[in-house]
Write a protein that binds this ligand. Sequence first.
Ligand SMILES: Nc1ncnc2c1ncn2[C@@H]1O[C@H](COP(=O)(O)OP(=O)(O)OP(=O)(O)O)[C@@H](O)[C@H]1O
Ligand SMILES: [Mg+2]
Length: 301
Amino acid sequence: MELKLDRLTKQFGAAIAVDRVSAAFSPGVYGLLGANGAGKTTLMRMICDVLKPTSGSVIWNGGPIERLGADYRALLGYLPQDFGYYPDFTALDFMLYLSSLKGIDGRMAKRRSMDLLDMVGLADVCKRKIRTYSGGMKQRLGIAQAVINDPKVLVLDEPTAGLDPKERVRFRNIISSFAQDKIVILSTHIVSDVEYIADEILMMRAGSIVMTGTVAQIVADIRGTVWECGVTPQEASAMAASMNVGNLHYDRGGMAVVRLVSDTRPHPRARLVEPTLEDVYLHLFSEQSGDASGERGAYHG
Ligand SMILES: Nc1ncnc2c1ncn2[C@@H]1O[C@H](COP(=O)(O)OP(=O)(O)OP(=O)(O)O)[C@@H](O)[C@H]1O
Ligand SMILES: [Mg+2]
């Protein structure tokens, strides 16, 4: 079971949204991380065959998907970023409706719909109209509908948008339990959503995958360059202006604690700390990193 992207490219007019992305996915959870506009949605839409690439191809088990057509779409589950709901449907009716579209028969459809609604914690409100749901409830319904056909490839575009911290944890656990023998690709700009559950991270910037690897590999790449130090507010401002400062907070005494990525010791009192995925993300997407730099971006392929 393998999904491959071969120099997949999408151009909108003169703008390149996705630029020659190549990647290979085998069963596991993949976290696609990138800032707004990086090209995540465009890439996912091409993977799900709802957007035609300008060039390049998506290959499922050796065959280009344009040749597989409906057979390929039948094994996909997709949660679009702008998922359209049917506000006057109840969640259960909505699930049954989708089941019939996917060719799942009556009794089976009812059982599967109820199981999935239960899995996402909506069983006791499944007869309420979707218009009465909170954002988080709609998002959980979106996750349930994406897996109705027990897909082999599950693509979730910002599935945790609008979920509160407890729901996020619940979501992560659902994905982990669901992911066995499946390819799960999820996009987010929230590092903690993928830090624990993704077997592999793909960092996307300006249409390209600039870094891939396990969290441990990616983090190891900047070990020895992440510093923390306590400084005066004036020093903190000066550092923020000239260096790659990530997190900054002020303690009660008015001192600033800065966390930053730097190849050299940024301040006499700075001490090296263990890097996190968030440090990598902030470094990769900071202004100073600019477009030319993937310079620390070793490619773990
Ligand atoms: N239909 C379209 N027509 C023209 N430009 C588009 C279209 N869809 C996307 N783009 C452009 O392509 C680029 C990538 O957009 P995309 O939605 O894929 O990014 P994203 O990583 O999903 O961002 P976000 O995190 O905000 O969802 C952006 O510059 C966007 O303006
Ligand atoms: Mg998007």
